[in-house]
Design a protein around this ligand. Structure first.
Ligand code: PMP
Length: 393
């Protein structure tokens, strides 16, 4: 039985607020904070450097986190790189692939800026970028992606789950189409990992980037990047940890994953992330997904009863609900919710201006759910939305 009451005890901050902004960042369970404290109090040292006991213990814990993440995402642990966030992982691909003028990239209109600007930026090197439009619910048709492929297409960059619409893209089909055409695929998994099963071996994408601080319940400043083949990317940063041999005029890169982790990493963060993965596995990703889906469906049913509220996105979606109240600015709605009911929702462009403009809006309110939210919270939230609409009717 899914015991949300006991789960909530692990997130003390939830005593004071109704937190419906997990798509921006999730709350962190006490067990994760304890694991990071344990590092600082008991065995803090540097990773991968040094023979003494603290360095060894730190390195073991860090590598255990890598194993945990890899097994959770069903990937080979040597292909899992720790980054600081999704944004860094995506930029590793934008800056690390060997591009040639004339190369072609396909992405979509509803990407988060982190999976959009790095591609637009390549245009100044003569690279072409095609931006595929979704349907009105935020779903990308794989046929449209296929139609945009040409002889120069090198990469398709698409989010698994949209942070604006909550739509879940058919990335399996997109990856199949891409590989049939010898094209690589980068999946932005910021909104999928930790909210649904992600099986990287089955997906077979070339790159998968996600953040530790969202569905994975880890600390900010941690991210995970899966790179199928190390030869596909040049490391962006070089330095300590990336080489195993250095002469005065040459060096030899570490194989995988060391070559992509330059300098001292976020060790306490990565150790916390390892603990948060364990935490998710104890509850069960399928149970979390089911709980979040039920809350989402219920929230949509409650919101759809309120006149003047427009909900965006498809029926079948992850736990992200964008909506607007006619005649009201999204920031005002979010402020009123916070001031009157201590409800935290996102407002504005959600770092995805083209997507919000596609909806012909200058901002949307977004409620997003985590494993710790309850039906009662959804009721308070929906009642609050109803009361706000009465201000403008
Ligand atoms: N992609 C998507 C779909 C996101 O939702 C986010 C965060 N809102 C990001 C990328 C960027 O994540 P981060 O800020 O952790 O790099």
């Amino acid at each position: 039985m899914y015991d949300v009451t006991s789960i909530r005890e692990d997130f003390p901050v939830l005593k004071d607020v109704i937190y419906l902004d997990s798509a921006a960042t999730t709350q962190t369970p006490v067990q994760v904070v304890a694991a990071m404290n344990d590092y600082f109090y008991r065995f803090a040292g540097n990773y991968g450097r040094g023979a003494h006991r603290l360095a060894r213990e730190t390195t073991n814990h860090y590598e255990e986190s890598r194993e945990k993440v890899a097994s959770f995402l069903n990937a080979d642990h040597s292909k899992i790189i720790f980054t600081k966030n999704t944004t860094e992982g995506i930029n590793m691909v934008a800056k690390g692939m060997e591009w040639h003028a004339g190369d072609h990239i396909i992405t979509t209109l509803i990407e988060h800026h982190s999976n959009f600007i790095p591609w637009l930026n390549l245009k100044r090197y003569g690279i072409f970028v095609d931006v595929i439009e979704p349907d009105s619910r935020g779903i990308i048709d794989p046929v449209d992606i296929e139609g945009a492929i040409n002889d120069n297409t090198r990469l398709i960059a698409i989010s698994h789950v949209s942070n604006v619409f909550g739509s879940i893209q058919d990335i399996e089909s997109i990856i199949r189409i891409a590989h049939r055409n010898d094209i690589q695929v980068l999946v932005d998994g910021a909104q999928s990992a930790g909210h649904m099963t992600v099986d990287l071996s089955a997906l077979n994408c070339d790159f998968f980037a996600t953040s530790g601080h969202k569905g994975l319940l880890g600390p900010q400043g941690t991210g995970v990047m899966y790179i199928k083949d190390p030869d596909d990317l040049e490391p962006v940063y070089l330095g300590g940890g990336t080489v195993h041999g250095v002469g005065i005029d040459s060096f030899e890169l570490e194989p995988f994953p060391g070559r992509f982790e330059a300098g001292t990493p976020n060790i306490p963060g990565v150790i916390g992330l390892g603990r948060s993965i364990e935490y998710i596995q104890d509850i069960g990703i399928k149970n979390i997904e089911k709980h979040e889906n039920e809350l989402t469906e219920y929230a949509i049913s409650r919101l759809s009863e309120i006149p003047m509220v427009e909900i965006y996105g498809p029926d079948n979606r992850a736990g992200v609900i964008p909506f607007s109240i006619s005649g009201m600015n999204s920031h005002d709605v979010a402020m009123i919710m916070d001031e009157t009911k201590r409800i935290c929702v996102r407002s504005g462009y959600h770092c995805a201006m083209p997507a919000i403009e596609f909806l012909k809006l200058d901002g949307a309110v977004r409620a997003s759910f985590g494993l710790y939210n309850t039906v009662k919270e959804v009721d308070i939230f929906a009642d609050a939305v109803g009361q706000i609409t009465s201000l403008v009717s």
